[in-house]
Design a protein around this ligand. Structure first.
Ligand SMILES: NC(=O)C1=CN([C@@H]2O[C@H](COP(=O)(O)OP(=O)(O)OC[C@H]3O[C@@H](n4cnc5c(N)ncnc54)[C@H](OP(=O)(O)O)[C@@H]3O)[C@@H](O)[C@H]2O)C=CC1
Ligand SMILES: O=C(O)C1=N[C@H](C(=O)O)C[C@H](O)C1
Length: 242
């Protein structure tokens, strides 16, 4: 049995992960929230699972590195500087960061990349996500992950083609753009759709999360997979064998 430490343990995801840990018969070694001691938690775990806040990431990675504990980071709203922190930590411990730990979205990203690579630039790409009223970041980590997949399929950089937050006299749509739109309300666990739009037809690939258990089970699976791995950056397709 593995000893699991949860960062953000009282949050919506933290509680769902604790349920998954119990369901799978693993051991919950402890959990922390804001103001908690990540170093002490890390020292008594085989793996850390972090679903907290971007502001907590640096301290959480430092704690993981100090005790040589692998870490799965599900927190979204991360910026470029956070990716540098993740890369640095991955030189010392096994690190998996993803905007979505579900099997369905991991497969969806694969399909989106394939579709973007097969369809020409005359197919516009638009990504729409809907989440519960409590979500604090936009676009969602998943929408960005799907945008990255589409951009990789097209052989372009997402930073160069991304169109976010259209408002007012935007002008016509840029050729080759990948657009994002976010809806917030109610208790939606997470809906994502990627539309490929041409003049004559539309292809829409989508995923709807019915609840948080899918994220929690995927996170636990990823965390268990990290135990005993060499330092490095890992990704969900490796965990799921996709
Ligand atoms: N990758 C994936 O598959 C998924 C990712 N997410 C992401 O996970 C994150 C958490 O989501 P959710 O559970 O809904 O959010 P919540 O707001 O419900 O939970 C966040 C938790 O993190 C804690 N926290 C905040 N700051 C710190 C800190 N500095 N150190 C330790 N703990 C801290 C909060 O504690 P306190 O209340 O004391 O501030 C709270 O308990 C979000 O970024 C979300 O987008 C969500 C679902 C799936
Ligand atoms: O905050 C959430 O709830 C979710 N966040 C992740 C994201 O930003 O994509 C994953 C999931 O959609 C739920």
């Amino acid at each position: 049995m593995a000893r699991i430490g949860i960062i953000g343990s009282e949050g919506r995801m933290g509680q769902a992960i604790a349920s998954a840990v119990a369901e799978q018969g693993e051991v919950l070694a402890g959990g922390i929230d804001k103001g908690g001691d990540a170093t002490a938690l890390s020292a008594k775990c085989d793996v850390l699972i972090d679903f907290s806040s971007p502001g907590a990431l640096e301290a959480n990675l430092d704690a993981a590195v100090a005790s040589g504990t692998p870490i799965l980071v599900g927190t979204t709203g991360l910026e470029e500087r956070h990716q540098f922190l993740l890369d640095a930590a991955a030189e010392k411990v096994a690190v998996l960061q993803t905007g979505n730990t579900s099997l369905g979205v991991t497969l969806l990203a694969h399909l989106v990349r394939q579709a973007a690579s097969s369809l020409g630039e005359e197919w516009d790409i638009e990504i729409v996500e809907t989440h519960h009223r409590h979500k604090v970041d936009a676009p969602s980590g998943t929408a960005l992950l799907l945008g990255e997949a589409a951009a990789r399929g097209r052989g372009v950089s997402l930073d160069d083609v991304s169109e976010r937050g259209r408002d007012g006299m935007t002008g016509e749509r840029r050729d080759g753009a990948i657009g994002f739109a976010s809806l917030r309300g109610g208790s939606v666990a997470g809906d994502h759709s990627v539309s490929f739009l041409s003049d004559n037809e539309r292809l829409v690939l989508s995923h709807m999360a019915e609840n948080r258990a899918i994220f929690a089970r995927g996170a636990l699976k990823g965390a268990m997979w990290l135990i005993g791995r060499q330092p490095g950056r890992y990704a969900m397709p490796q965990v799921l064998g996709l």
